[in-house]
Design a protein around this ligand. Structure first.
Ligand code: NAP
Length: 501
């Protein structure tokens, strides 16, 4: 690969993917993007799943993306239920694209309740992209219970918060909110929020705030213009960003960038729309807008601005595909444009600026800024806290049993008699059912029994093997379905209380 050229991996996708990717590429070619960049095919999606490859991406495609450092992709079909996992999630996690950045802007020609009310929207969401429940770490624990582990790390949170705050600084965004549910998930969302507050100290010029995610959803519907940028954990960010897309006209108008330290992925956020695939009528706007973000990312800032202005200028004439349109605009036609005609309409506007909405400033020249760091020899460890002293102070043992809470308590107290631990809590679905609780708490076949150090035994006095020995004793009589050690970190409890405790 020549050092002076940009190389971008491309995967058109499934369903309408090839049609909208062809549209985006035709536009880029007309704007002379290929004077600077080569687009290298990367094979993934349905055709790869169909060969029996459950990852849905070939090894060669993985290497192509690693070598290019940038992937431009169309939507990919995800097998439902069993079978292969989502390629989108696989790629984001494989290449550690820790921040999903989506921009929500009112576009001319796209009618929404807000545009009709004269309210212009322009805000963004930065969603953590790797952790949370998206690890897909799931287990069946008993006949009746399954679990999904929710993982939130300090360095993972730091990466996404710093990306959000740095992007706000670069774009001149004055206020960044952290969305969360730290009132309920005090440890996991609590850590996400704490790390936001810590990172914000390095960006004193940016006003920051936090908002509980349910209130955020209501506020976004009632008064969306109060937000400039919101950073959220993965699952909450996924849901809120689709809500936000709805405010500006739907998924077809919200570009998406997945940003990592070495590799970034730019994609349409809508799916493969199988019902209209092959008909030549799909709307390529989301992919084009994502492509514009990509051109800015690789430094083709002049090309990006010219293409963005042409798109806005075309939209404000009334040019539209079948899924949107504003009959009040001068060039609106009852018959929607095909995908090809829609792109031809944008190409005809290259070099022009929109008149009814602010134009993107066109820089004198591009500013190639994209440098691809050398390939690391192995996976990198990211760490935030070091030198923390931790001690085992107990364990939570999860049992598969139909016994009643008092019966479980009797058995557990007997087993723990000659150990350094005493039974302190039994909970069912997170609610305390022993030593106190309500007889009206309905129980399932999955109990947590908590053991903590007896009085007189101090943290550090015993090692984790004593807690494992206790597990062993319980496992002789009960079906154990999972196990967590309880630890203190620098003297602070590293575990939550039960509801009602
Ligand atoms: P979808 O593909 O987004 O389609 C839902 C509906 O939205 C379509 O039937 C179509 O509605 C409309 N639509 C979406 N994109 C459009 C476009 N560019 N132009 C015009 N209309 C568009 O959602 P889905 O049906 O839930 O998912 C289908 C497949 O896509 C699934 O396999 C799913 O896993 C996958 N998916 C992939 C991604 C991704 O790769 N990033 C994201 C989401 C879903 P009409 O009925 O009005 O024609």
């Amino acid at each position: 690969m020549a050092a002076s050229r940009l190389y971008i991996a491309v995967a058109p996708g499934d369903g309408i993917g090839p049609e909208i990717m062809d549209a985006a590429m035709t536009l880029f070619k007309a704007a002379h993007v290929d004077d600077h960049a080569d687009f290298i095919p990367a094979q993934m999606g349905k055709e790869v799943f169909d060969t029996g490859n459950t990852r849905g991406v070939t090894d060669e495609a993985v290497r192509t993306i690693e070598d290019c450092g940038v992937l431009f992709k169309g939507p990919m079909e995800t097998p439902k239920g069993g079978g292969g996992k989502s390629i989108n999630v696989t790629l984001r996690k494989l290449f550690s694209t820790y921040a999903n950045f989506r921009v929500f802007k009112t576009l001319p020609g796209v009618q929404t309740v807000y545009s009709k009310a004269g309210i212009r929207l322009d805000f963004s969401i930065v969603r953590e992209n790797i952790e949370d429940t998206y690890g897909g770490v799931e287990h069946r624990l008993t006949s009746d219970m399954v679990q999904c582990k929710r993982l939130i790390s300090a360095p993972g949170s730091d990466q996404v918060h710093r990306f959000a705050l740095q992007t706000a600084r670069t774009l001149g965004v004055s206020k960044v909110h952290c969305g969360h549910k730290a009132n309920i998930m005090k440890m996991s969302d609590g850590l996400f929020l704490d790390r936001f507050k810590a990172a914000a100290k390095d960006f004193p010029e940016i006003e920051t705030g936090d908002v509980i995610v349910d209130a955020l959803c209501m506020n976004l519907v009632v008064k969306p213009q109060q937000y400039k940028m919101i950073v959220l954990p993965n699952l909450q960010g996924d849901i809120v960003s689709d809500l936000a897309a709805g405010l500006v006209g739907g998924l077809g108008f919200a570009p998406s960038a997945n940003i990592g330290r070495h590799i970034s992925i730019f994609e349409a956020v809508h799916g493969t729309a199988p019902d209209i695939a092959g008909k030549g009528i799909a709307n390529p706007t989301s992919l084009i807008l994502s492509g514009i973000m990509m051109l800015r990312h690789v430094g083709l800032v002049r090309h990006a601005a010219i293409i963005e202005n042409a798109l806005l200028a075309a939209l404000e004439t009334g040019l539209h595909t079948g899924d949107f349109g504003d009959p009040s605009l001068p060039g609106y036609t009852k018959e929607p444009a095909s995908t090809k005609d829609f792109v031809a309409g944008i190409i005809a506007k290259l070099g022009e600026s929109p008149k009814t909405v602010p134009a993107a400033p066109v820089p004198e020249q591009d500013a190639p800024a994209f440098t691809h760091a050398p390939r690391p020899a192995s996976q990198q460890m990211i760490r935030t806290f070091t030198n923390i002293v931790s001690h085992v102070v107990g364990c939570d043992i999860y049992l598969d049993t139909p016994l009643s809470p008092p019966a479980v308590a009797d058995e557990m107290q007997r087993v723990a008699q000659d150990t350094p631990f005493r039974l302190t809590l039994i909970s069912n679905r997170g609610t305390q059912v022993w030593p106190s609780g309500s007889v009206y708490t309905e129980c399932v076949d999955y109990y947590r029994v908590r053991f903590e150090l007896r009085e007189g035994v101090s943290p550090g006095q015993i090692g984790q093997s004593r807690a494992v020995t206790l597990l062993d004793k319980i496992a002789e009589k009960f079906t154990v379905c999972s196990y967590e050690l309880l630890r203190v970190f620098d003297g602070v409890k590293g575990y939550s209380m039960a509801q009602g405790q």
